[in-house]
Design a protein around this ligand. Structure first.
Ligand SMILES: Cc1cc2nc3c(=O)[nH]c(=O)nc-3n(C[C@H](O)[C@H](O)[C@H](O)COP(=O)(O)OP(=O)(O)OC[C@H]3O[C@@H](n4cnc5c(N)ncnc54)[C@H](O)[C@@H]3O)c2cc1C
Length: 380
């Protein structure tokens, strides 16, 4: 048992912290207000290797481990969860999906661009009638010989407007249920592929969330990922790793709010002393720190499981379930510690509180995480 991070991990964490402070922090409130995607910052994150963190260097990636990924995700999310969700989707849903399941030709053509940040990816599973119940896919992909014809609607797609390549899950044979589902790479600009307006959201307002429409979209056969009928397994396995990224995002939101609350409590005076000297506030800080450290252990354990080649379905679901709960509860406490200032944008904690909520919803709601965990327990 070793609870220490390596020198390399510490360097990576510090580089991400530095980037978040110097590049993400300026303008984060304005981007949230205007729902503005951090375009120029995406290029810089690509240069730093943050968009292909775990990808093999032979495909343009940074070749780092999952521990490094969660350390980077935590630091970015402390400051700007809208930027970090973009990083998470590109890394653990799109790049991982292609590297683990794609053909060599697909890796050469798409992964090399995605891992360097030259291109951005999106992962398209959810539909108006298929969210938690992902097997109820209504988007169809009909085999037409040398191409598939895709029709349907995808909802809430992160990077939906800005992506260049979209991994789209669709039903190819509804009689086969989840075994009749496939995943496809669809390029932006393919005729019949339309991007709806950006969603106006409670949190992660800078992130780029859209509905996508597919009307007779022709996708070449070589753009199917993996064997025929492997799309549902592809989606579930990819999401299992994605949950580690979202758990780290939740951890970052919580720890960012905690750090702001601690600092504020040492500066703000009431009744002749700094508010941290009032036991009610000091105990809040103690509870916050303890809960955040517990979440951190679960997040690092899930990342470690993935790096060790262990099954990480249960540990990633546990990390996401717990870290997202901590993020929601502790950001509320951070607002409380800030008093009236917590309610105004300038102090950042109200944004973190709004951003926290999504971590309990996307890549599987908290209820779905409990299904995954309990199934894992019963199977053991
Ligand atoms: C900002 C944002 C970004 C997103 N990005 C993406 C993306 O990039 N790609 C993508 O594919 N999707 C994305 N999503 C979709 C997201 O993953 C879904 O919203 C989520 O999985 C929940 O699905 P749903 O909204 O249809 O809710 P529903 O499935 O309708 O669930 C509604 C409620 O019922 C509960 N529920 C459902 N089934 C059960 C059950 N069996 N037992 C107990 N409770 C249950 C849920 O937990 C929830 O509380 C995004 C969503 C948002 C809001």
């Amino acid at each position: 048992m070793n609870f220490s991070l390596t020198e390399e991990h510490l360097m990576i964490r510090d580089a991400a912290r530095d980037f978040a402070q110097t590049e993400l922090l300026p303008g984060v409130i304005e981007r949230d207000n205007a729902q503005k995607f951090p375009d120029s910052l995406v290029r810089k994150m690509g240069e730093l290797g943050f968009l292909g963190i775990m990808v093999d260097p032979k495909y343009g990636g940074s070749g780092m481990d999952t521990i490094s990924y969660v350390l980077i995700m935590e630091e970015l999310s402390k400051i700007d969860a809208s930027a970090s969700v973009m990083v998470s989707v590109n890394n653990s849903l799109v790049c991982y999906g292609l590297e683990a399941f794609g053909s060599e030709a697909q890796k050469q053509k798409y992964l090399t661009k995605l891992a360097t940040g030259e291109s951005i990816g999106a992962f398209c599973l959810s539909e108006p009638e298929a969210g938690s119940d992902a097997t109820s896919q209504r988007t169809t992909a009909i085999d037409k010989g040398d191409y598939y014809l895709i029709n349907g609607t995808k909802n809430w797609i992160t990077n939906g407007g800005r992506a260049d390549f979209y991994l789209v899950i669709a039903q190819t044979d509804k009689h086969k249920g989840s075994h009749g589902i496939n995943a496809f790479i669809v390029e932006k600009g393919t005729p019949g592929f339309d991007i709806g307006p950006k969603e106006d959201k409670l949190g992660i307002r800078g992130s780029d969330t859209h509905t996508l429409q597919f009307n007779d979209v022709k996708v070449p056969k070589e753009n199917r990922i993996g064997d025929d009928g492997s799309g549902f397994r592809f989606a579930m396995k990819t999401l299992s790793g994605g949950r580690i990224g979202i758990a780290a995002q939740a951890l970052g939101i919580a720890s960012g709010a905690y750090e702001l609350a601690l600092k504020y409590s040492k500066e703000r005076k009431a009744f002749g002393t700094e508010i941290c000297n009032h036991q009610a506030i000091a105990f809040k800080l103690a509870d916050m720190y303890t809960e955040i450290e517990a979440a951190r252990m679960l997040v690092l354990k899930a990342a470690w499981d993935k790096d060790q080649g262990n099954n990480y379905d249960k540990s990633s679901a546990m990390a996401k379930l717990y870290a997202s709960k901590v993020a929601m509860e502790q950001t509320v406490e951070a607002v409380q510690i800030h008093g009236g200032n917590g309610f105004v944008k300038e102090y950042h904690v109200e944004r973190l509180m709004r951003d926290a909520k999504i971590t309990q919803i996307y890549e599987g709601t908290s209820e779905i995480q409990k299904i995954v965990i309990s199934r894992g327990l019963i199977k053991e």
